[in-house]
Design a protein around this ligand. Structure first.
Ligand SMILES: *Cc1c(COP(=O)(O)O)cnc(C)c1O
Length: 381
């Protein structure tokens, strides 16, 4: 059997160990220290736009804190993209608030602005105003930033940008992770850069960063003993993990270029295959980091379903994966409301994520191409 080709595996840059060694040498083995500050600075320099960054232990924790900072409480309602990873939505339920799941549009696969507005109007009629909108840059593709921002302004509902998958993506030249009233990133092992596990919360005001750091370090008031006025969380990033992050930030631009090259490879490959659509950037304003290369397969014209292709690749030890199953179809969220049609559901039914690691070799790509072409050839005769 050939070696396994993974969907997206960690890819170290080489500089990580020097930061970790330094942390050991100075005994900064704690959820604070020079690497945490340094990593935050690296991210702020990269994101620009006056971003203030708090490095945290996960993207999920960052979303939880974002909701806390926006004063979301039990029985409040939060709009959330349905087509996403469950971590976008879980923190809503941590707070015993309710999710209003909303459908996607076809151009970016992200929140459909019309469906968002419809959801807001319907809830306003019942006297309930959603407290926040969680908008995701899925697979690295920026959502319809301008449309959602104008809805957010019109109804005065803040946006939480879930940019967990989109570090290095831009819209009109500005970095994803700076478009929300609060934005979040993830550095989980499968993301474009990793700290083994970690996340970040991004805000526009220094006071909000201070508050996020305060809450993420158990909300200790200023006193010699342990005094707490607020509910605290243990969500700060460790100085060791931040050391990995600093090494990874040295190569972030290479990682974006490598992932985008994978996407170009798939675009060429599928040019000749009927029924397969590669997700495109809608226009020149959109620049995706192409965290994962994603396609949809129309089984009518391809004579093949996405599941048949997935299983054929699996046979050859090549990992691919269905698109995220929409949250409104998940058993755990069966009591939440849903607004929209069947776009997210149809992307899930026909969509596939292909091997997209920045560490894929030319040999890997040849093997992938050969197996994909063979699979389609078999059904085309
Ligand atoms: C990975 C991911 C998260 C969660 O990040 P963790 O760091 O794994 O907690 C949230 N939202 C999306 C869209 C993700 O892909």
């Amino acid at each position: 059997m050939d070696t396994k080709i993974w969907l997206s595996s960690p890819h170290m840059g080489g500089g990580e160990m020097k930061y970790i060694q330094q942390a050991f040498d100075e005994n900064w083995v704690a959820p604070l220290g020079p690497n945490v500050n340094g990593f935050e600075q690296d991210l702020e320099d990269f994101l620009q736009n006056g971003a203030h960054v708090a490095a945290l232990s996960s993207g999920t924790g960052a979303l939880h804190l974002a909701l806390v900072l926006l004063d979301v409480h039990a029985h409040d309602e939060v709009i959330c993209q349905s087509l996403t990873f469950s971590a976008s939505a879980n923190p809503i339920k941590y707070l015993n608030a309710n999710a209003l799941f909303v459908d996607s549009e076809r151009d970016t696969w992200n929140l459909c602005p019309n469906a968002v507005e419809d959801a807001i109007k319907k809830r306003l009629k019942t006297g309930k105003k959603p407290k926040a909108i969680i908008a995701v840059d899925l697979y690295g593709m920026p959502y319809k930033i301008n449309d959602l921002r104008s809805i957010s302004k019109r109804y005065e509902i803040p946006i939480i940008e879930d940019a967990a998958e989109a570090l290095g993506s831009t819209f009109k030249g500005k970095k994803c992770g700076t478009f929300g009233d609060i934005s979040i990133l993830s550095f989980n092992g499968n993301k474009i850069i990793t700290t083994s596990g970690g996340g970040a919360l991004i805000v526009k005001k220094k006071e909000y960063k201070k508050k996020a750091v305060f809450l993420s370090t158990q909300a200790r008031d200023d006193a010699p003993h342990y005094e707490h006025t607020n509910l605290g969380y243990n969500y700060r990033m460790s100085n060791i993990c931040a050391g990995i992050g600093r090494g990874q930030m040295e190569v972030i631009n290479d990682r974006v270029a490598q992932r985008r090259a994978n996407h170009d490879f798939y675009e060429d490959l599928f040019q000749e295959i009927p029924g397969v659509t590669v997700l495109k950037e809608p226009n020149g304003d959109y620049f995706s980091n192409r965290w994962l290369s994603v396609i949809t397969i129309d089984p009518q014209s391809a004579y093949l379903t996405r599941e048949e292709l997935r299983l054929a690749l699996h046979q050859e030890n090549i990992e691919s994966r269905p698109i995220w199953k929409p949250m409104h179809l998940q058993p755990v969220f069966k009591k939440e409301r849903y607004y929209g049609g069947k776009i997210a559901e149809s992307i899930f039914n026909n969509g596939l994520c292909l091997p997209s690691g920045s560490n894929l070799t030319d040999d890997d790509r040849s093997r992938i191409a050969e197996n994909i072409l063979n699979t389609f050839k078999k059904v085309m005769v």
